[in-house]
Write a protein that binds this ligand. Structure first.
Ligand code: SF4
Ligand code: ZN
Ligand code: ZN
Length: 313
């Protein structure tokens, strides 16, 4: 297959990718150009951030987050990476992830802010989950990561935090929220969540790009990313929704993109109206971050752990 853009210019270049739902075959150069243009378009369409703002990019070491950092950097935004080192020892996961992020930050010459859980809190994420009596590390980890990303971004003076969620993630989340009719979540699922109530603005510039596209961007740009996932990752239910959507996409190309775009345009405004009054948020008495209780759940968990340790001694 030949690159469509090269062909229109009278050149015959072999395509490296065929974007079935766009009916577009592109060579390396034109795919990278197309990809970055899509990112720019999304940033503008949802007024995610301007060139005058510093942008914090949440980086795990995976393909999506590093691709996002590269794309935003190339588009001329002032980017900074934030990485949370969770202390997961299995498969040397945390150590390797940090190394991958460090290497990448050096490659593009942009600063990386690292938060080491064990050094800062005295516990790894697995110790925290165990101490909290939770067998499912991931739900505790998710809470801590969301909390920390917001806190680190705020402490470093960022107003905006970008994450690498792609179209596969967003459409799977949408399908899962729809299957359970989670009105609140449906009302809040959007590519940009405004800065309010102690939260920084959260943006998803990859929300219209598929996983296949983000992996291709990473590979074509020789990004060294973590290919092995976290040892704690189990068969997440989101995988099942992704598989269901992949089947629909295979039979009807463009389904995922249509499903998500039409939701944003037609359905979400209805759910948004249904949202009840925003919960009253206070500042946590310990850390000052937004919470509905006097002390936030992260501080409560850490306190419980310290008390339990005190009891043991
Ligand atoms: Fe955290 Fe679970 Fe993700 Fe591992 S798989 S990083 S424990 S949320
Ligand atoms: Zn081309
Ligand atoms: Zn707190």
């Amino acid at each position: 297959m030949l690159c469509k853009i090269c062909k229109s210019k009278g050149k015959r270049t072999k395509a490296v990718i065929y974007l079935r739902h766009h009916r577009l075959a592109l060579c390396k150069e034109h795919f990278v150009e197309w990809f970055e243009k899509q990112v720019q378009k999304t940033v503008k369409q949802f007024k995610m951030f301007s060139r005058k703002e510093k942008v914090a990019v949440a980086v795990s070491g995976g393909k999506d987050s590093l691709s996002l950092w590269l794309a935003l950097h190339r588009l001329g935004y002032e980017t900074y990476g934030i990485h949370i080192s969770l202390g997961i020892e299995g498969w040397n996961y945390s150590e390797k992830s940090l190394e991958v992020c460090r290497k990448f930050s050096e490659r593009i010459g942009r600063p990386l802010i690292v938060f080491n859980l064990k050094e800062e809190f005295g516990y790894t994420i697995e110790e925290i989950a165990k101490g909290a009596g939770r067998r499912d590390v991931c739900s505790v980890c998710g809470t801590f990561k969301r909390y920390l990303m917001n806190r680190i971004a705020k402490e470093h003076g960022f107003k905006v935090l970008a994450t690498g969620h792609n179209l596969d993630d967003e459409s799977a989340l949408l399908l899962s929220n729809t299957m359970r009719w989670e009105i609140g979540y449906l009302g809040r699922q959007y590519p940009v969540l405004p800065e309010e109530g102690g939260f920084v603005r959260k943006v998803k510039p990859f929300c219209f790009l598929t996983e296949k596209e983000t992996v291709s961007y990473a590979i074509l740009n020789r990004i060294e990313y973590m290919e092995t996932g976290c040892p704690n990752a189990k068969e997440a239910t989101s995988r099942v929704y992704k598989q269901a959507l992949a089947l629909l996409e295979h039979k009807m190309p463009g389904t995922k993109l249509r499903f998500y775009k039409e939701f944003l345009k037609r359905a979400r405004p209805i759910f948004e109206k249904e949202l009840k009054e925003q919960l009253e948020l206070n500042e946590c008495e310990v850390c000052g971050m937004p919470t509905t209780a006097p002390v936030c759940s992260v501080c409560r968990t850490l306190e419980r752990l310290k008390n339990a340790e005190g009891g043991e001694n």
